[in-house]
Design a protein. Structure first.
Lengths: 272, 235
């Protein structure tokens, strides 16, 4: 009797929990922590949702994990920042088409004391080489995210293999941008970060931007509809509506209008 | 230390202002973890009772396994549930990933072994005291379990609270299967992780304080019920 009662209570609890979430006009966007943590979605989504009635649910993870989740069909739209991986995703038939959406840039931030003396440098590779040479601590994402991929491509151009010093001066946190910045600030280590996360990050300590402005630090975001032919669960109509809106004049203006502390975080470049 | 003072003040103002987002997150935390606790008790108590009063070959091995499963890492549970509920997984057709139901399932898997292992110990100890009496009364197995569970109900309440505590405090499983989606699957612990990654440490800590107050509230409520019941029993 008791068991039966508990059993039906169990079933009721599960059903009640499930019923509240099934809805047609909702999409899941697999995205990066930088776009979510900087508050961009909080700025964009209310406008879009009011106009279209489509609920946008954002899962914010590293680019590598976001792409993997989309490969498992666990999302309708992919919005990330690692162009080669995105193009591979489309080439593999998992995405319909990739569109440039917006850009900003990566920065090298570090402690005021600047033990490697890289402040003011404009050549990112040279700055990394100098950090490696000085043995000053450097905190890397180490998580296959867009930022991590970019960092690794910069290292490979310098010819230095930082992972050989992993655990010594090169410290791979294996976590998100914010967590890595927290760790970097905590141990006085240089960190490569995207500008959006940095500006909206609130635990800067005595850290400052040391290297910026190198063309190689360009950070392009792209948006892709997950291919409904590969993933029948994809809400293609609503997903395409969202992408069209982001790429429209209205969406692009909304992206450009988003500011934190008076600074623009993302620069729309869909038509470019 | 300054940060802690700041967080306390912030926690207080968050609670007093009755912030809608906060209430939503708190509500979902309670809904998910209490549901998981209920389901885990429905599964774990009978299993614990069965293990407590039965003797069968391999029982020791079963006890070791159940006890070891108390140490299940939440992130591993999250990963396993994700792989099953993902559209690419065997249960993907249910469309449960990134829903509160997925979070309830993950937390249920996490705490059922805790409920089973602890209730097994409680009931076995009690059974040791009453075994002869039960035999002399020729009680059936179901009657035995019923009598034991009723007699141990207050201890079992604590077992349930241990499960609830583990569920409401974990972040590793729910962040993977829930996705920490605003207004859909964001709970207290994933909100704390999010604010930490934004570098807003005072807000993260303030949310932590609110979570602890909620846990305190649930425990106080249960304790209150228990004391009322005891008073009535002896009145």
């Amino acid at each position: 009797m008791t068991v039966k009662l508990l059993g039906s209570a169990t079933l009721a609890a599960l059903l009640a929990a499930g019923a509240a979430v099934a809805q047609d006009d909702a999409i899941i966007v697999q995205s990066t922590t930088s776009t979510a943590n900087s508050g961009l979605y909080d700025h964009l989504l209310p406008m879009f949702e009011e106009e279209t009635g489509i609920d946008v649910n954002v899962v914010a993870v590293g680019t590598g994990q976001a792409i993997q989740n989309a490969r498992n069909c666990d999302g309708d739209v992919l919005l990330v920042h690692a162009k080669p991986s995105e193009e591979q995703f489309v080439a593999d038939g998992m995405g319909v088409e990739r569109f440039d959406l917006m850009y900003n840039d990566f920065l090298l931030v570090g402690p005021e004391s600047d033990p490697a003396g890289v402040a003011g440098m404009e050549d990112a590779q040279a700055a990394l080489e100098q950090i490696a040479g000085s043995g000053a601590p450097f905190a890397s994402r180490g998580d296959d995210s867009g930022t991590h991929k970019k960092e690794m491509s910069l290292w490979s151009d310098t010819g230095v293999d930082p992972t050989a010093a992993s655990g010594e001066w090169y410290r791979e946190t294996g976590s998100g941008m914010g967590a890595t910045l927290n760790a970097g600030v905590g141990m006085g280590a240089y960190v490569m970060t995207d500008r959006a996360t940095w500006i909206s990050f609130e635990n800067k300590g005595d850290f400052d931007i040391l290297v910026e402005g190198d063309e190689d630090l360009f950070n392009q975001y792209g948006v892709i509809l997950v291919n409904p032919e590969q993933c029948p669960s994809v809400n293609a109509a609503a997903g395409q509506t969202f992408i069209d809106w982001l790429l429209s004049d209205e969406g692009q203006e909304a992206i450009g209008a988003y500011e934190v502390d008076g600074q623009q975080l993302f620069f729309p470049n869909a038509g470019a | 230390m300054q940060a802690i003072g700041q967080a306390l003040a912030l926690a207080l103002s968050l609670v007093l202002s009755g912030d809608g987002d906060l209430l939503e997150i708190v509500g979902l935390s309670l809904r998910v973890s209490l549901s998981a606790t209920l389901v885990a008790c429905a599964l774990g108590l009978p299993l614990g009772a069965l293990l407590a009063i039965s003797r069968f070959p391999g029982r020791n091995a079963a006890l070791i396994v159940v006890n070891a499963l108390m140490g299940l890492p939440p992130v591993v549970v999250g990963l396993i549930v994700y792989l099953h509920l993902s559209r690419a997984g065997p249960l993907g057709f249910l469309g449960l990933l990134y829903t509160p139901t997925a979070m309830i399932i993950a937390q249920t898997i996490l705490i059922t072994p805790i409920v089973a292992a602890l209730s097994r110990q409680v009931l076995e100890d009690l059974h040791g005291e009453y075994a002869e009496q039960f035999r002399s009364l020729c009680l059936s197995r179901t009657q035995t379990v019923g009598a034991l569970v009723w007699d141990a109900r207050y201890s079992l309440l604590t077992v349930g609270l241990a499960g609830f505590g583990r569920a409401v405090a974990e972040v590793g499983a729910v962040i993977i299967v829930g996705g920490n989606i605003d207004h859909l699957t964001r709970v207290m612990t994933t909100a704390i992780a999010l604010e930490t990654s934004k570098g807003d440490l005072p807000l993260a800590l303030a949310l932590g304080i609110v979570l602890m107050v909620i846990a305190l509230g649930v425990n106080a409520l249960v304790q209150g019920l228990r004391m009322t019941a005891t008073r009535q029993a002896y009145a």
